[in-house]
Design a protein around this ligand. Structure first.
Ligand code: NAP
Ligand code: 3JN
Length: 340
């Protein structure tokens, strides 16, 4: 029987993603009954606002999920590895924002505009995985093109904002920028090099072969979501001194020829996409315009004449919203509408 309200736990509630979770749940009028905000000992006792009320942050414990219907996890992979099974045992459905379960074959990896039917398989483990932010915005834009003309190869370079690395990383960009103007010492904690006024071609750890984990997340998650293991993808992930909003330069080769006009017509109708493509009026997607928006912005669409069926695109989204919290809440909305 349908419930009027659902008890929701947010694990990592004090983080950059957790903050957006509260905002998105409130904005979209998600039918939250009890809200449980969970974090570590460091921030227990803090108060955070939701729907005009103050909620006390609690320490995540073994019994934190008792009575919870939906658990939204974003406190890192290790926390998810430990707490997802506890949540499932307590009867919650888990929507996990970390990489921990994404590539497990019996865990659906879902972007609601792309593969919403996968949510039906949540029962296998009680867990649904949210993809990496860079994957989400790319597949929102590419899925309708893939359906129309079958994409054979993707070359993507990401320009990822510091908010993707969490709250402390945002403070680090602010501190370094101010320090460079006032001759103070630069603090380096999150990034291996100065991020202010710099670009760092290194996100997450390096793997054998020279790619980073972040780059391989884009490769493997895209194949899983589009259900096409033969898709050829290569990625370069770069951290840029932008506070919020990830941008991507994406080059695709399709089986069937599409003109730039065809691609624009497809994307004008695509769910979750906002076409921003009028170069004569200097209109193209930019991170500053994507922040706070739900849509994935796509522009700079043009034919790549260096290969038979090539197209270039520039894809931008708010990494904390569509790249994390919004996508998770959209999954939860489908769960309660169709399955719980
Ligand atoms: P953040 O700003 O650093 O926040 C981390 C959050 O996790 C804080 O609330 C922190 O609580 C909590 N936490 C850390 N260790 C914990 C523990 N042992 N027990 C309970 N809570 C703990 O990071 P963020 O940007 O919000 O990202 C958090 C995680 O979300 C990432 O590690 C990543 O796995 C995932 N993420 C996913 C995407 C995506 O692409 N879908 C994007 C960004 C992040 P305290 O305040 O107590 O420290
Ligand atoms: O760096 C970014 O822009 C996105 C970062 C995502 C992230 C950060 C720390 C741990 C993840 C993720 O979602 O893949 C993880 C992780 O869960 O491994």
């Amino acid at each position: 029987m349908k419930k009027e309200k659902y008890n929701v736990a947010v694990v990592g509630a004090t983080g950059a993603v957790g903050e957006q979770m509260r905002e998105v749940l409130e904005e979209r009028l998600f039918p939250v009954g009890e809200l449980r905000l969970l974090a570590s000992e460091r921030s227990a006792g803090q108060f955070l606002e939701f729907r005009g009320e103050e909620f006390r942050v609690e320490v995540l414990r073994e019994d934190s999920f008792n009575g919870i219907h939906i658990a939204l996890l974003s406190a890192g992979g290790n926390v998810s590895a430990n707490s997802a099974p506890l949540a499932v045992a307590a009867g919650s459905v888990v929507v996990d924002n970390t990489a921990h379960f994404r590539m497990e074959p019996d865990v659906p990896l879902v972007v609601p505009e792309v593969n919403p039917n996968e949510i039906a398989h949540y029962k296998r483990r009680g867990i649904i995985a949210n993809p990496n932010c860079s994957t989400i915005q790319m597949v929102v834009a590419l899925k309708p093109i893939h359906d129309a003309a079958r994409i054979k190869r993707i070359v993507v370079s990401s320009y990822q904002s510091v908010s993707g690395a969490g709250r402390i990383a945002m403070e680090e960009l602010g501190q370094q920028t101010a320090a460079l103007f006032s001759g103070k010492e630069l603090k380096k904690e999150k990034f291996p090099h100065q991020i202010a006024f710099n670009c760092i071609p290194h996100i997450d750890t390096f793997l054998d072969g020279g790619y980073t984990k972040e780059e391989m997340k884009m490769v493997n998650e895209t194949r899983k979501i589009l259900g096409d293991a033969s898709l050829r993808i290569t990625a370069t992930a770069v951290r840029v001194p932008v506070f919020c909003g990830h941008s991507e330069s994406v080059n695709i080769e399709t089986e069937k020829k599409l003109t730039a006009k065809d691609v624009k017509a497809i994307l004008r109708e695509a769910p979750g996409v906002l076409l921003c493509d009028d170069p004569e009026r200097n209109i193209y997607p930019m991170a500053i315009d994507a922040v706070g928006k739900d849509a994935t912005l796509v522009g700079r669409i043009r034919e790549d004449d260096s290969v038979p069926n090539g197209i270039n695109l520039w894809i931008v989204a708010d990494n904390l919203r569509k790249g994390a919290a919004l996508n998770a809440v959209q999954i939860a909305e489908i769960l309660i509408r169709d399955y719980l």
